[in-house]
Design a protein around this ligand. Structure first.
Ligand SMILES: [Zn+2]
Length: 281
């Protein structure tokens, strides 16, 4: 069972007739900064209409259909923009997807202005889904870096949570790390867990994924069972790790000892999947 598919609220397929919709002023434009910052008003992303704008394929980037509205992104700075992480806290599920995609595209187009093959300028192509090189004609697509994120349980159905060096003191989450070259995601799970907390894992099961454009990750979510109980945080990346029963987690959150991941994150979904009901706040 996937933990993510139920929130596919934005359709990436470009509808026929979108250009006429744009001309009628019925398409929407979301301004996103080169770093993925967005403006939020009243719990929604601040969309503007296409009314009065001439469509420019070098300027507007296709985001998808949200509700019945075709939505495009425009890269630019506007007053009141907040960071992507903050925007994700403020908006609802459909807007989370638009925000993720807008941030991913804005960063991609900002950072890939020159061709890695010949060094010439590149320009947005295919409504922003790729960039084309003026020099050699190569087409470049946005790159995504796969990372695993894994919730580990033990034989008594307790969940292991870790504290990352550099986080606020009480923040705990499941474990994550980038896939290395030539590695399968299952191997990444086993290596990361061994490196970060010195634990061997048995069964590894895929449960869902989430784009995480900070700046260009795809988080691939797993549940795994531990082959042992004894944990040894590496002391560098992970400075503390602890097994929680559901009751222990509820108490720890109540008492402020533990703060759980952002509700819009796959980390939160993984913890919820184990917990079995909405997490304590
Ligand atoms: Zn080139």
């Amino acid at each position: 069972m996937s933990i993510w598919e139920e929130t596919s609220l934005v359709d990436l397929a470009l509808p026929g007739g979108w250009a006429a919709t744009w001309t009628r002023g019925e398409a929407a434009v979301l301004t996103v900064s080169p770093q993925g910052r967005l403006r939020v008003t009243d719990g929604r992303l601040a969309l503007e209409t296409s009314a009065g704008r001439e469509f420019d394929p070098g300027r507007y980037l296709w985001l998808g259909v949200a509700g019945a509205t075709p939505v495009f992104a425009e890269v630019g700075e506007t007053p009141g923009q907040v960071g992507l992480r903050e925007a994700l806290v403020l908006v609802g599920a459909a807007d989370v997807e638009l925000a993720m995609r807008a941030a991913a595209l804005a960063q991609y187009h900002t950072e890939n202005q020159y061709c890695p093959g010949c060094g010439a300028r590149t320009r947005p192509a295919d409504l922003g889904r790729s960039r084309c090189c003026d020099g050699c004609g190569a087409v470049h697509f946005p790159r995504t870096d796969p990372a695993i994120i894994v919730a580990i349980t033990d034989g008594r159905d307790r969940l292991l949570l870790g504290h990352h060096e550099g986080w606020e003191a009480n923040r705990y989450s499941v474990f994550a790390g980038f896939a290395e070259a030539g590695e399968s995601l299952e191997q990444t799970v086993r290596r990361e867990v061994a490196e970060e907390v010195g634990l061997a894992v048995g069964d590894v099961q895929y449960v869902g994924s989430q784009p995480w454009p900070m700046p260009r990750s795809l988080m691939v979510g797993f549940m795994a069972t531990a082959a042992s109980e004894s944990v040894h945080p590496d002391g560098e990346e992970i400075t503390a790790a602890r097994w929680f029963s559901r009751e222990e987690l509820r108490l720890a959150v109540d008492q402020g000892e533990v703060s759980l991941p952002l509700a819009a994150s796959i980390a939160y979904r993984l913890v919820t999947r184990w917990y079995g009901e909405p997490l304590p706040e």
